[in-house]
Design a protein around this ligand. Structure first.
Ligand SMILES: C[S@@+](CC[C@H](N)C(=O)[O-])C[C@H]1O[C@@H](n2cnc3c(N)ncnc32)[C@H](O)[C@@H]1O
Length: 259
């Protein structure tokens, strides 16, 4: 089974990921509740926008580990943030190196999420914390109903599985944390509730369209969906974006555990 990052690093995808950071970082930084003086590691740091926000908000040093050289090259330099290339499955740090180790939107893309969590646990100090925020795309709801989009979204979910990922991994967090050796674990959700006229509505719908578009070439090449059906799903969401009766609900799955 191959393990290919479904979203890629095209400029349109980088713009989508940056927009998603603008929508979700404040709530996630609050969730992390970083103490001053903490040594912090982000695993799968992407464009580094979240790491920079954590460093500024808490006044701490953050190390970002990222597999893709393209993502590191696209990360803007930020005070108190260091980016290093590495694989989440084999973190290049001694045991007990950090007070807080977190990952966001990473486990859905990796070959062995439990091993990644074991690594995150290993590099956290005893009494330190490990936190994640992940996707379960089945929790996404739009109204009025969007059946063509729903079909495209299911094809996207199946396609991510063929790449070795799991777009539904959010529901498995408790089991994965237990498997990785944690016992003191708390689950929570970070809600996305948007409606036409609310400031987050158009950016949220745009982000979901961007998810599909980031995987367009891969899905078509693999025969995961026909171009006609994919276009129909995207067009339905484009219409929903301007529908004065449109609304959207989703919840990110989060887990935080003590080492
Ligand atoms: C959706 S992005 C999230 C980036 C960032 N955490 C955020 O919240 O904006 C996921 C990132 O994980 C990286 N990634 C995927 N597999 C990885 C691995 N095995 N080790 C480290 N990074 C990985 C991808 O290259 C991508 O940049």
């Amino acid at each position: 089974m191959s393990h290919i990052y479904i979203h890629g690093t095209e400029p349109s995808e980088q713009e989508r990921l940056a927009g998603l950071n603008r929508m979700t970082n404040t709530a996630f930084v609050e969730f992390l509740n970083v103490s001053p003086g903490s040594r912090v590691l982000e695993v799968g740091s992407g464009l580094g926008i979240l790491a920079a926000d954590v460093a500024v908000a808490a006044g701490v040093d953050v190390v970002g580990i990222e597999l893709s050289a393209a993502q590191i090259a696209a990360s803007a330099p930020a005070d108190r943030v260091t980016f290093m290339q590495g694989d989440a499955h084999a973190l290049n740090f001694p045991d007990a190196s950090f007070d807080l180790v977190y990952a966001r939107y990473l486990l859905e893309h990796v070959a062995d999420p439990e091993r990644v969590l074991r690594e995150m646990r290993r590099v956290a100090r005893p009494g330190g914390r490990v936190a994640v925020c992940e996707n379960d795309v089945s929790l996404l709801r739009f109204d009025p109903p969007c059946p063509a989009f729903d079909r495209a979204w299911e094809a996207f979910t199946r396609f991510q599985a063929t790449l070795g990922g799991d777009a539904l991994i959010g529901r498995r967090l408790y089991r994965l944390f237990r498997g990785a050796g944690f016992t003191e674990i708390a689950l929570s959700v970070q809600p996305e509730v948007h409606w036409h006229g609310s400031s987050g509505y158009a950016p949220w719908v745009h982000n979901i369209i961007g998810n599909l578009e980031s995987a367009r070439d891969g899905m078509l090449d693999a025969g995961a969906i026909s171009e006609r059906d994919l276009n129909a799903g995207v067009a339905e969401l484009e219409r929903l974006k301007t529908d004065s009766a449109g609304s959207a609900v989703f919840a990110w799955n989060r887990a935080i555990a003590v080492r």
